[in-house]
Design a binder for this molecule. Structure first.
Ligand code: GLN
Length: 484
């Protein structure tokens, strides 16, 4: 069952080949049996999952099922879920139970999807390896000595190991695309504002975006159809009509203009990854696409710009976790200041503390102009590069990451080496554009991701372009050994 697509599962459920209760039990058994090797879930709520499955079975019996009715999925533990702990992988929120569902959770639940549990992640979504989690690192199912990527590493590992049919993720600088690439799955980060941020714990509000991690573009389209759309509770939510993503999957792509940014193929890229990406581009040529070299001259500045803007926003967003309004409170505080400082020192891990300090520094009087304002100006230049590029091409392609998954522990002592993992993904967030990663030919048994970047609100085209490749190739169907 776990190898079937969402369309196949939905058809089987409708034909009563098995019930959603049986399907849900199957995934819960897989999690119990296989997740000890991965640590991809922080919380599994079997009781709630089976209750949702029973409701789905009733809807199926009444012939009131939609494409997601009864399909077991998981949510990144950054999305608030009513009655089920939302930790954001931080000691700070270890016992936090939200009184409401995030919009994304509400919409998928409303469509009949069954939530199995909450997936592991980097603490407050800060990281590229899922090693900053308070609940311990996640292992990559393709090689459990390696990282799954981050910050949505739990969702990526769970989908790759078939512990759920699909999962949600969030992407502030690459956290959907990078773990999707390293775990051999399909991930889409929509345009900024396409999916509501309401109930999604904020990291860097001008960059955060919810999206889907699934095995294929077609599976992702089913979830995005439900998740996307205006939400009056999120002031940055976009009031732009949502097309039917599933309907667009099979569109012809002959004549598609694909741009390859020369900055994405230079120094720092593992040549074997580069060769796998070039092979994938040749498949697109066979499909009738036209390939052009383009330039995004300011994109090499994206990592330094991001590490000013994201920490600045995080230092302000995380101010609410002070042991009074939200979060862990230290024992026996001597006075108010001791309560604040010790609660925060105990509740936040080292990477979060580093970001809060950098953010506070770049926003402080005297440094604001030199760092924050400057970074915002360069951010505009980066967005302008894309604007020019999209006058010439329909989709931009390149590698998602410079290398395949690295060993657990490898980059934990070197934050800059860790930050450089997102060298190809961050510019997209700074510009607010949609991006995707799909698996192509592996290198030495480890997955490689092809990144697709689209123009604003062009998710339907990205999914279509990804689907056409997946129609032609089988890389997205490969499953890691040992997770049968
Ligand atoms: N790896 C980047 C960071 O550490 C991006 C994280 C994300 O997209 N949430 O900030």
């Amino acid at each position: 069952m776990q190898n079937k697509s969402i369309a196949e599962l939905a058809a089987d459920l409708r034909l009563r080949k098995y019930s959603s209760t049986e399907l849900t039990r199957h995934y819960l058994d897989r999690i119990a049996r296989l997740d000890p090797q991965l640590n991809s879930f922080i919380t599994v709520d079997a009781e709630a999952a089976l209750a949702a499955a029973a409701r789905a079975d009733e809807a199926l019996a009444r012939d009131q099922a939609g494409p997601l009715t009864g399909i077991p999925i998981a949510h990144k533990d950054i999305f608030c879920t009513k009655g089920v702990r939302t930790s954001c992988a931080s000691r700070m929120l270890d016992d936090f139970v939200a009184p409401y569902d995030a919009t994304v959770v509400e919409r998928l639940g409303g469509a009949g999807a069954v939530m199995l549990g909450k997936t592991n992640m980097d603490e407050f979504a800060m990281g590229s390896s899922n090693e900053t989690s308070y609940y311990g690192p996640v292992a990559n199912p393709w090689d459990t000595s390696r990282v799954p990527g981050g910050s949505s590493g739990g969702s990526a590992a769970a989908v790759a190991a078939r512990l759920c049919a699909a999962a949600t993720g969030t992407d502030t600088g690459g956290s959907i695309r990078q773990p999707a690439a390293l775990c051999g799955i399909t991930g889409i980060k929509p345009t900024y504002g396409r999916c509501s941020r309401w109930g999604m714990i904020a990291f860097a509000s001008s960059l955060d975006q919810a999206g889907v991690m699934a095995r294929s573009a077609a599976d992702a389209a089913f979830l995005l159809d439900e998740m996307a759309g205006f939400d009056e509770r999120d002031s940055t939510s976009a009031d732009v009509p949502v097309p039917d993503y599933v309907d667009a999957l099979d569109n012809d792509i002959s004549g598609l203009r694909i741009g390859l940014p020369k900055e994405f193929f230079g120094e720092g890229l593992d040549p074997r990854v580069g060769a796998a990406i070039e092979a994938a581009i040749r498949e697109y040529e066979k499909l009738g696409a036209e390939i052009r070299e383009i330039s995004l001259p300011n994109s090499p500045l994206s990592v330094p710009v991001y590490y000013v803007v994201a920490p600045a926003e995080c230092s302000s967003n995380l101010a609410r976790f002070d042991g009074v309004r939200y979060g862990h409170r230290c024992a026996d505080p001597a006075d108010l200041e001791d309560l604040y400082t010790r609660s925060r020192a105990e509740g936040f891990g080292p990477e979060v503390q580093r970001r809060v300090m950098i953010g506070t520094y770049v926003l402080s009087a005297g440094y604001y102009d030199a760092y924050y304002l400057k970074a915002q100006k360069i951010r505009h230049l980066i967005a302008d590069d894309f604007k020019r590029a999209f006058e010439e091409v329909d989709v931009i392609m390149g590698p998602t990451t410079p290398s395949t998954a690295f060993a657990l522990g490898d980059k934990m002592d070197d934050p800059v080496a860790m930050y450089l993992n997102d060298i190809y993904t961050i510019a997209t967030n700074l510009a607010g554009l949609p991006g995707m990663s799909i698996p192509v030919e592996p290198v030495a048994g480890m997955p490689v991701g092809l990144q697709l970047i689209g123009n604003y609100f062009d998710e339907a085209r990205l999914l279509n372009v990804a689907h056409r490749y997946q129609h032609l190739t089988h890389w997205h169907q490969a499953a890691p050994a040992g997770f049968d």
